[in-house]
Design a protein around this ligand. Structure first.
Ligand SMILES: Cc1cc2nc3c(=O)[nH]c(=O)nc-3n(C[C@H](O)[C@H](O)[C@H](O)COP(=O)(O)OP(=O)(O)OC[C@H]3O[C@@H](n4cnc5c(N)ncnc54)[C@H](O)[C@@H]3O)c2cc1C
Length: 496
């Protein structure tokens, strides 16, 4: 007979979202089990670019996890000197340098993950490794999961299941959301596969220190994606790339190899090892705005499973930490109040969008991503060449707002200056982008900025109660349509 274990809360996943959720819920005094398919010694070994923003800021990493203690560990924060983003388009001779207004680091993701798991255990969470969740127990609410633990079938029952299984979480295929909640339909927004990207990275060692050790570097990839170089140390670089699943797949490992062969700084570089193997990992990544609602009866999603990664600026670690915290807190409060309905769990959504506010920022900036996919890569490269650094900061999210008349005036002047110099240099001929197309797309960037502000205001008014959700959603859908129409977005690119 299958063994059954009962807890107040089950957390599926031992990544950032899972650790923040489990640690927070256990600190609220409820019984929590955390299930992770990997063995304990490989917990936290996860495909990532390893760039983290403001790791010591308690507002960005709320809850009982002691980020100062983790950041003080020299095996975790391996590069403390990152103070800028660099955008390189070598073929066009374009290099933009965007200083960070808040502190950024590159971490060793594995060591970081191990420290998180250790702290989570110290908060009183039962951690079951080698445990693969492969089914969901549900009636009108989610009531538990089934798993294979150390090769044996096991049932876990709980009042709330927290889905922290990452982007393209298997739980979202297993739960029958239509059957939840009886007569009232669930608010949970199930993502579509085109909302994801595929990403891959290698950790490489160079013979000589690179001269961009204080920067995280991004480069455009012709297949609507980007390549990154994130230095862990001056001689150890996280090199990776990603593309959208709505596009034709590309052979990721071959493509990054080709790029590295052309990069003088990587001459004679070798791939580092971990667990006796080459340190190469790939995974899917959420390239969408956070879910409209992350809760269903007896269930809530956090981190990658809730779409909390901003595709341009990363911020996936932070989004997972914030939603992990709010999911853990909401689940514990709901268990204590004896109400695990959507209304009982609603504070998870409300905190992320309004109480904390990171959700409103992530959701509104997704408009830039949508607008970008409507232009070809050549046009995007031309726009990136033209945009002054100040305006790029707004788009990649290193600065909150370009506001005030002086800033707008200087943005206009800077663009004009860049236009003249790139026109003289033949950039637009090389990209085969006519000036008329460029003008049109550039107007699109400005229109998009207007809609980013409109989305931001609307998300700041996210409903405090489940009862007002449909009204709020109808208005948000209206903004989507108005935005798509304003930038004349092709039907096939309408993402939501
Ligand atoms: C290649 C790549 C580069 C990235 N670069 C950056 C970056 O530089 N900066 C940044 O901030 N963000 C980055 N991100 C995004 C960031 O990594 C994610 O947003 C973040 O890891 C999400 O954390 P999570 O805890 O939600 O999910 P994950 O970290 O994916 O953790 C999910 C956990 O659940 C476990 N799991 C899954 N299914 C099951 C199951 N059925 N049973 C049991 N356990 C299961 C997995 O083993 C894993 O441990 C990157 C992502 C990728 C893929």
């Amino acid at each position: 007979m299958t063994a059954t274990e009962t807890y107040d809360i089950i957390v599926v996943g031992g990544g950032i979202g899972g650790c923040f959720a489990a640690a927070t819920a256990a600190s609220e005094g409820v019984d929590v089990v955390q299930l992770e398919r990997k063995p304990a010694e490989k917990g936290g070994y996860i495909a990532c670019g390893d760039a983290i923003k403001a790791p010591r800021d308690p507002e960005k990493y709320p809850g009982p996890i002691d980020m100062d203690a983790i950041a003080d560990d020299p095996s975790v924060l391996v590069d403390e000197s990152i103070d800028q983003i660099e955008y390189w388009d070598e073929a066009l001779g374009v290099k933009k340098v965007l200083p960070y207004t808040e502190h950024s680091n590159v971490i060793d993701r594995y060591e970081f993950g191990q420290r998180l798991l250790e702290q989570t255990a110290e908060c009183g969470v039962d951690q079951h490794y080698d445990t693969v969740v492969n089914d969901v127990i549900q009636s009108e609410q989610v009531e538990g999961v089934e798993a294979i633990r150390d090769g044996e079938e096991i049932r876990y029952e709980a009042a709330v299941v927290i889905d922290a299984a990452g982007a393209q979480s298997i739980l979202q295929d297993l739960v029958d959301f239509d059957a939840l909640g009886g007569d009232s339909p669930t608010s949970f927004e199930k993502p579509h596969y085109t909302h994801f990207g595929s990403a891959y990275r290698e950790i490489i060692k160079t013979e000589e220190p690179v001269d961009f050790a204080n920067a995280i570097v991004g480069k455009p990839l012709e297949e609507m994606g980007y390549i990154w170089y994130f230095p862990r140390t001056p001689t150890e670089i996280n090199v990776g790339l990603g593309f959208q699943m709505s596009k034709e797949p590309i052979p990721l490992a071959d493509r990054i190899k080709r790029d590295m062969e052309e990069e003088p700084a990587f001459e004679n570089a070798t791939v580092a090892e971990r667990f006796g193997q080459k340190n190469k990992l790939g995974s899917s990544i959420a390239l969408r705005r956070p879910l409209d609602s992350m809760v269903a009866p007896g269930y809530l999603a956090v981190g990658g499973a809730a779409g909390t990664t901003h595709p341009i600026s990363g911020k996936g670690i932070r989004g997972a930490a914030i939603t992990g915290y709010s999911g853990g807190k909401a689940a514990a409060d709901a268990v204590k109040a004896g109400d695990v309905s959507e209304e009982g769990l609603w504070q998870h959504n409300y905190y992320f969008y309004v109480g904390h506010g990171e959700g409103a920022k992530l959701a509104s900036r997704d408009a830039y991503n949508i607008a970008a996919s409507s232009d070809g890569m050549s046009v995007l490269r031309a726009i990136a060449a033209l945009l002054p650094e100040q305006e790029m900061k707004e788009i990649v999210g290193t600065e909150r707002k370009v506001d005030g008349l002086p800033a707008v005036a200087s943005v206009g002047y800077g663009t004009l200056r860049n236009l003249v110099s790139h026109y003289r240099a033949g950039t637009f001929d090389e990209l085969d982008v006519p000036l008329s197309k460029l003008y049109e797309s550039f107007q699109g960037v400005r229109k998009t900025k207007h809609y980013v502000d409109e989305y931001q205001k609307h998300y700041e008014n996210y409903p405090a109660s489940r009862a007002d959700f449909e009204r709020w959603l109808a208005e948000r859908n209206r903004i989507d349509q108005a935005f798509y129409d304003a930038i004349e977005l092709d039907d096939s690119l309408r993402k939501y």
